[in-house]
Design a protein around this ligand. Structure first.
Ligand code: CP
Ligand code: NVA
Length: 308
């Protein structure tokens, strides 16, 4: 049951900006938008989109979500604006918050996002930083909720780099009480502060496991999830990482070790035969395109909460 919204005018920089109740609230609202059970109008509201890195899903799903809410978006490309020409973030943030009602930012350093949020008088949303991708995690858990009745019965195994996507899955998983296992090569573990925070949230500490062994990590798992081995900004590490991640591909052998009804997720874009085989990507267990669609529904819900 939806209760009064406490998210209005807040920032969403991290999964940790939400309480457990608020995550469930956004998932319920997303489901209502998806099934056309509600209609919320924000006529004339403007979402500013600042993307210092490339994007297909996040950018377009924000644009469509805002259009569906009756608002509009402004796409701020760093190459055609003053943003990457040395104008201080604090100046850009103060100017944009006089034009826009809400701002979504994709950038490298999480501290730059925090700087925007510090100076903006309007809500700021994390559209991905090197540290977190919290909008993605909301869509991931909506996709998982559509398959399984109770989060408490779900084991989610992420196989790959302990990156922004893994960090947000851990934090959101902790809020929802989902058992999360991360299998990554040595040296590629998720952010240590994220792990510490997640352990503080989990009532049962056994529900989060970080391991270097993908085979044991997938035993009994209901959800197998992966992401690129080299994230945006890590292009120069690609060759080295391709070697370090050998054995961490989600292939049919790994899938065979998981629960027989396990579903497959990938935030996209995907590199076939690297982090996932084409066979598994295209298999009937894949929910990858449902997951991509859900980005739009959760962002519509998120925007409607922050703008209310
Ligand atoms: N998953 C995701 O964020 O995709 P984009 O980089 O295309 O936005
Ligand atoms: N970890 C990836 C996610 C892309 C959506 C990256 O940061 O490039």
């Amino acid at each position: 049951m939806l209760k009064p919204n406490k998210l209005a005018n807040n920032n969403f920089l991290s999964s940790l900006d939400l309480s457990t109740y608020e995550v469930f609230h956004i998932l319920e609202l997303s489901n209502n938008f998806k099934n056309k059970k509600i209609n919320i109008e924000f006529n004339n509201k403007v979402l500013g989109l600042i993307f210092d890195k490339s994007s297909t899903r996040t950018r377009v799903s924000f644009q469509v979500a805002m259009t569906r809410l009756g608002g509009t978006t402004i796409d701020l490309n760093p190459t055609t604006s003053q943003i990457r020409r040395g104008e201080p973030i604090k100046d850009t943030a103060r100017v944009l918050s006089r034009y826009c009602d809400i701002i979504a930012i994709r950038t490298f350093d999480h501290s730059d996002l925090e700087e925007y949020a510090k100076w903006s008088t309007k809500p700021v949303i994390n559209a991905l930083t090197d540290l977190e991708h919290p909008c993605q995690a909301l869509a991931d858990f909506l996709t998982i909720q559509e398959e399984f009745l109770n989060f408490k019965d779900v084991i989610l195994t992420f196989v790959g780099d302990g990156n922004n996507v893994a960090n947000s899955l851990i934090l959101c998983g902790a809020l929802l009480g989902v058992e999360v296992r991360i299998a990554c090569p040595k040296g590629y573990e998720p952010n240590s502060l994220v792990i510490k925070k997640a352990y503080e949230i989990y009532k049962n500490k056994d529900l989060l496991k970080i391991t270097n062994d993908p085979i044991t990590a997938v035993q009994g798992a209901n959800v197998l999830y992966t992401d690129v081995w080299s994230s945006m900004g890590e292009e120069n590490q690609k060759e080295e990482k391709d070697k370090d991640f050998l054995g961490f591909t989600i292939d049919h052998k790994l899938v065979r070790n998981a629960d027989k009804d396990a579903i497959i997720l990938h935030c996209l874009p995907a590199y076939r035969e690297k982090e996932i085989t084409d066979e598994v990507f295209e298999s009937k267990r894949s929910r990858i395109f449902e997951q991509a669609e859900n980005r739009m529904h959760v962002q519509q819900a998120l925007l409607s909460c922050l703008l209310s």
